[in-house]
Design a protein around this ligand. Sequence first.
Ligand code: SMG
Ligand code: MG
Length: 371
Amino acid sequence: MTPMKIEAVELLRVRMPLVSPFRTSFGTQTHRDVLLVRAHTAGAEGWAECVALSDPLYSSEYASAAHRVIADHLVPRLFAAGDVTAALVAPALEPVRGHRMAKAAVETAVLDAQLKAAGVALRDHLGATQARVVSGVSVGIHDSIPQLLEGVAGYLEAGYARIKLKIEPGWDVAPVAAVRERFGDDILLQVDANSAYTRADARHLRKLDRYDLLLIEQPLDEEDVAGHAELARLLDTPICLDESIVSARAAYEAIRTGACSIVNIKPGRVGGYLEARRVHDVCAAAGVPVWAGGMLETGIGRAANLALAALPNFTLPSDISASDRYYAQDLTEPFRLSDGAIDVPTGPGIGVAPIPEILQDLLVDKELVRP
Ligand code: SMG
Ligand code: MG
């Protein structure tokens, strides 16, 4: 790959209404406040979506902070680095501490531009081996069990291959039991606590063991990796980490200490697709299966996630659902579910770009950063 000159970087803020509210242990989303990054180069333009949410509740990063750190700290360092390839972006941004979601968006925009200019698909660049990605769906906390069952029934009818229930204290064993009772033992089922429990809840969480769950995702605080190791010794249900896995090194340590036996990979959380591939490789070497997480991405983020999720050690169903799971109108051509899976884009780069009129309609703010 030949290094390219980044002529300008544009930050676009888009407000996307969700088809229905999505409630987790940390809050309810009714809109997605999306931050897009567009890298202008002579050869091609590159697009990326920053996964940070509106509020610092899933992670310390949030969209407006990511916007500022990209414009004020990351892009100036990118310009100072001169001509770059995507592989040179992380080293150039390395002096800035943290802000992985912001860094991931910058690196991905450069990667997309570079691959579009070279006519190479992201999935080929990453070494993907699968043409389709098995699609699961993340189901929010509902006001009542009957409402939850109705929601799950709809997703199963649509063909989703796996159900993930969001849980929190007071909404855990009962909804899991109800879903098993209604839909049987054959459906693939897992839960995600978004760190809503403490080590003192181990006895309670043991009650989930009888429901044959694929995994329990991030029961404890993101910094409590040792607590997850302790919990893993007490539960039969495999522990999967999400929030705690911020790098390939963190994945290595979590696996080595027995804190998890499955890893959720979100490129934004680990600083980009190149580090995400390293997380994949570390897990593969340790015999730990991985699966692709989701951050309610528009088609821009979804396309890139599909390319990564097509790597060989992504063996559990993903959280990459169809566009219409969240959006009546996606920013790109919609991703659709067929036979419980979604096709991986084959075009150059991430394989998609925003539809200009739709982007224009939903745009709330933009900033152009020049050298
Ligand atoms: O993209 O379908 C999606 C969201 C999947 O549950 C999901 N993501 O912790 O894994 C997770 C959550 C984080 C975002 S919740 C607003
Ligand atoms: Mg999660």
